[in-house]
Design a protein around this ligand. Structure first.
Ligand code: SF4
Ligand code: SF4
Length: 367
């Protein structure tokens, strides 16, 4: 990498909203704070609704191009043929106005879609864009196990970096295999961009026992700080993406990442205790990425329903959970309206048994 990147990246998947639109004025403030603190890495994607256009207004049109680095991604699931897939690159360039991408990724490779990236020759496309100078570093984001990761990195030694889901809850989680994936990427000598360090906000508001553990040790530190510092403390990390949704979250992240200190041994032990507590928790490991909702024929607000259920699973807050469920699940879009087509399960990078979980939610909240 040509210059050192600080270990906090601004993930642009969960930008603040004002009604149905992105709150660009608030994003501008967040961008200003982030750059002022010396951070440079921004991460968007073709599929993040409104995100590429928002970052054009909040960043690209307001700062010199060389003062930041921008990553975006091509998602084959939205392309019916090779031409349409390649077209995403042009669209991303148009939407962002960035002229080129510092980092370009094939998006969310999993066992059920990676062959389509081969079929559409998108690895070659990445190389081509690099040769043209339109991409500086080429990589992919990944949501499967170490065997497939090893296969892809062996078949494509040209990739510069890989983006992995790494957080302390999923470190040994058999359906995420964060540790094994991390070790595989390291074996191949790749730099790693961390995604979901806070697991879609879950680890910013963990179950009560975990919260108590962290607050007992350092009451002034947020729960999110533990999650981000855990990921940033690993060797070989290029940056840790935090999907910040408001100025307060930005300020919190900057407060401990500006002068980043890796976790010491005592703090690592606390993380191990939190891992043991979470291992006993039965909450739904949804990161609210919304990949499942796009194709749902019943438009069921799956992540909002799961967030409601987690209130009672994690903290025993049944009244709050029921209220959140009623707010999320309008008539015709309730958990019991699911027809079991499993489109959502094929799209879910966390491999959640959505249909079964929705059935449990329907029994709990509607029964
Ligand atoms: S299985 Fe249910 S929730 Fe999933 S996409 Fe189909 S209708 Fe929607
Ligand atoms: S159920 Fe899966 S795909 Fe849907 S929002 Fe949660 S993690 Fe994302």
């Amino acid at each position: 990498m040509s210059r050192e990147t600080k270990k906090l990246g601004f993930g642009l998947m969960r930008l603040p909203r004002k009604g149905p639109f992105t709150d660009v004025e608030q994003v501008k403030k967040m961008v200003d704070l982030f750059l002022e603190a010396g951070f440079t890495y921004f991460d968007t994607a073709f599929v993040y609704l409104g995100s590429e256009a928002a970052i054009r207004k909040a960043l690209v049109e307001r700062y010199p191009r060389e003062s930041y680095t921008l990553a975006t991604k091509l998602n084959v699931m939205l392309a019916s043929n090779e031409k349409a897939a390649r077209k995403q690159f042009e669209t991303s360039l148009e939407r962002t106005g960035a002229g080129y991408f510092d980092y370009y990724l094939l998006h969310a490779l999993m066992s059920n879609n990676y062959k389509k990236y081969d079929k559409f020759h998108l690895w070659d496309f990445g190389k081509e864009m690099k040769e043209k100078g339109l991409v500086k570093q080429f990589g992919f984001s990944f949501h499967a196990g170490p065997e497939l990761l090893d296969q892809l990195l062996t078949e494509h030694p040209e990739v510069d970096f890989v983006q992995l889901q790494i957080n302390y809850e999923d470190w040994e989680n058999p359906s995420v295999t964060a540790r094994a994936n991390y070790e595989t990427a390291r074996k191949h000598g790749k730099q790693i961009v961390v995604m979901e360090p806070v697991k879609g906000g879950r680890l910013a508001d963990p179950p009560a026992e975990v919260k108590k553990l962290f607050e007992g040790y350092a009451p002034q530190m947020s729960c999110a700080s533990w999650a981000i510092r855990f990921a940033a403390s690993l060797d070989g990390i290029l940056t840790v993406l935090s999907g910040m949704s408001n100025v307060e979250q930005m300020e919190d992240n900057l407060s401990y990442m500006k002068e980043f200190k890796p976790l010491n041994e005592e703090e690592q032990e606390l993380i191990r205790q939190a891992q043991r507590l979470l291992g006993k928790s039965s909450t739904i490991p949804c990161t609210a990425c919304h990949y499942c909702t796009e194709g749902c024929p019943k438009q069921i607000p799956i992540p909002d329903i799961f967030a409601a259920d987690n209130k009672q699973l994690g903290n025993g807050q049944m009244a709050e959970a029921a209220a959140a469920y009623e707010k999320a699940a309008a008539d015709g879009r309730r958990a019991s309206d699911c027809i079991g087509c499993r489109q959502c399960e094929n799209a879910c990078p966390q491999h959640i048994a959505v249909v079964n979980r929705l059935k449990q939610c329907a029994d709990l909240f509607e029964g």
